[in-house]
Ligand binder design. Structure first.
Ligand SMILES: Nc1ncnc2c1ncn2[C@@H]1O[C@H](COP(=O)(O)OP(=O)(O)OP(=O)(O)O)[C@@H](O)[C@H]1O
Ligand SMILES: [Mg+2]
Length: 497
């Protein structure tokens, strides 16, 4: 396995401090014990609750007035040559300047004495002072072969039980193994066991449930159940056609045909014109689950945490592939990634992790990014090869406004044929889709209060009372249009107001 091999090489090459990130303490500890045995190193393992096992020195631990985590570091001085010291969950103490200093002091000495300190934590929180002394290794989650082996083990264990049906055909087996990717070995075992207890056989449902849990716990990603469909989107014909054309590209058949998985699209444009609406409709149209990524929440306070968050979000979304990953208001997260030094380059690094992923992504994760302030977006993002296409969404023209009126009237159980939709559209130039919806909601309220059924007059009157945002923001919109002319594809062939 790649990560174990890397750890072994680094230990042999006398790297002083390794930082291994993994949620699977038990699994990593076993691997490290294996390595220690293989290359003949003594292994000590420390945690806050068990202290150093086996102990180093004789009882020196108890005498000191230092807090236990610093005692552990002090003890390293007394360890023999050719030793590995594994510190479990040490990351909270890396905020303490004393711990940082002790580690830096140790680094040189460790190398001379062929000792290696291994920090093992689920998250990477590396203070900047230690960046040069520490090598970071990401211990990957179980791969397909590991999962298949776990599955076989479980089947072997329970196959004598007449109440359980563990027969799986090749396709069902493949589906289970594939869907369990992205889980830790404990989670995989738990979800298999739970499936057997609950339904007496092995199904993917339990695994999906387990994944929903994980997504929920990240706080960065959320499962976004969408009820919108492309039919709920008025106008944007070119964009909708493009999306429909790609809807089959996620199938195995398409892949075998030689079609690469679509990477995703960036939708830029005027506020309230349906960017988020389209994103939500994609997931329904493609019949894929949708994850929403909150870029703002990626940014943690410690060096490394933000990048780890980004990597985690990527890993989880890949493990759920095929899926749609929606990043709303992209510019809010990555504003200033181009050059700002105000956050010592964290934004830039997170952004570059993201760009690399977009460029090299092979898993079918369809990215839908939406945003409206393009001036804040770093130009690298817009380069070819990142998104399949960049679409510009403008204010709806006359025809599109008609469609939007019809969609929202129908949504509120009104027959559009009973309304003067053409008049309404003609009287709402510059209105966005969101504003048209507002006109209908406002008019409904007034009609209900007055005690009569909604009619075209109510709607026309309501429209007159509203000033569309585009009137106040004509300069910005003009700028956005100029920008888009050169860089983006229009979402619709506009015929004019
Ligand atoms: N083209 C459209 N067709 C139908 N409804 C629309 C359209 N555009 C906007 N709407 C309505 O307005 C609501 C808000 O639009 P949406 O959130 O998609 O706008 P947005 O472009 O993402 O705006 P923002 O830039 O403010 O995020 C939608 O939920 C939908 O009800
Ligand atoms: Mg939006």
């Amino acid at each position: 396995m790649q990560a174990s091999r890397e750890i072994e090489v680094l230990i042999r090459a006398k790297y002083p401090i390794l930082y291994v990130t993994s949620w699977e303490e038990r699994r990593v500890e076993e691997e490290i014990a294996e390595i220690a045995k293989k290359i003949d190193r003594k292994l000590h393992s420390w945690s806050l609750t068990s202290g150093m096992v086996p102990p180093i020195g004789v009882g020196s631990e108890k005498k000191s007035s230092l807090p236990p985590e610093l005692q552990a570091l002090a003890l390293v001085h007394e360890a023999q040559e050719f030793t590995l010291i594994l510190l479990k969950d040490f990351h909270p103490y890396l905020k303490d300047p004393r711990a940082i200093r002790l580690l830096r002091d140790l680094a040189g000495r460790l190398r001379e004495r062929a000792q290696t300190l291994i920090l093992l934590s689920p998250t990477l929180t590396l203070p900047i002072e230690l960046e040069k002394d520490v090598s970071v290794i990401e211990f990957p989650l179980p791969e397909r072969e590991d999962i298949a082996a776990t599955l076989d083990e479980i089947i072997e264990q329970v196959k004598g039980n007449p109440k359980l049906d563990v027969s799986l055909d090749e396709a069902a087996r493949e589906q289970i193994v594939r869907s369990a990717q992205g889980l830790t070995s404990d989670e995989i075992e738990n979800s298999f066991a739970r499936s057997l207890v609950e339904v007496n056989r092995l199904t993917v449902d339990r695994i999906i449930e387990e994944k929903k849990q994980i997504v929920r716990k990240t706080g960065i990603l959320e499962f976004y159940p969408s009820s919108s469909n492309l039919k709920d989107v008025g106008g944007h014909e070119l964009l909708k056609d493009w999306l429909v054309q790609r809807s089959k590209s996620f199938t195995d058949a398409a892949h075998e045909f030689g079609i690469p998985y679509p990477k995703g699209i960036l939708i830029i444009g005027v506020q309230g014109c349906g960017k988020s609406l389209v994103a939500k409709a994609v997931s329904t149209a493609y019949g894929l689950p949708m994850l929403k990524l909150d870029v703002g929440r990626i940014f943690g306070s410690l060096v490394g945490q933000s990048e780890e968050n980004m990597r985690r979000a990527i890993r989880i979304s890949e493990s759920l592939a095929p899926c749609v990953l929606w990043i709303d208001e992209l510019e809010k997260g990555f504003a200033g990634a181009g050059g700002s030094v105000s956050d010592s380059g964290t934004t830039a690094r997170v952004f570059s992790t993201f760009l690399t992923w977009m460029q090299e992504k092979t898993k079918p994760v369809f990215l839908v990014a939406t945003g409206n302030n393009v001036s804040a977006l770093p130009p690298e993002l817009l380069r070819k090869g990142r998104f399949d296409e960049i679409f510009f969404v403008d204010l709806p023209d006359l025809e599109e406004r008609k469609e939007i009126f019809k969609i929202h009237l129908a949504k509120r159980n009104r027959d559009p044929k009973k309304f003067k939709v053409a008049d309404l559209a003609a009287n709402t130039p510059g209105f966005s889709g969101a504003e048209i919806e507002q006109v209908i909601v406002g008019a409904l309220n007034k009609a209900f209060f007055a005690g009569h059924e909604l009619n075209s007059k109510d709607l026309l009157e309501e429209a007159k009372t509203q000033v569309p945002l585009s009137r106040m923001m004509s300069e910005e919109i003009g700028w956005l249009r100029d920008w888009a002319k050169l860089r983006a594809r229009p979402s619709a062939k506009h015929e004019g107001d």
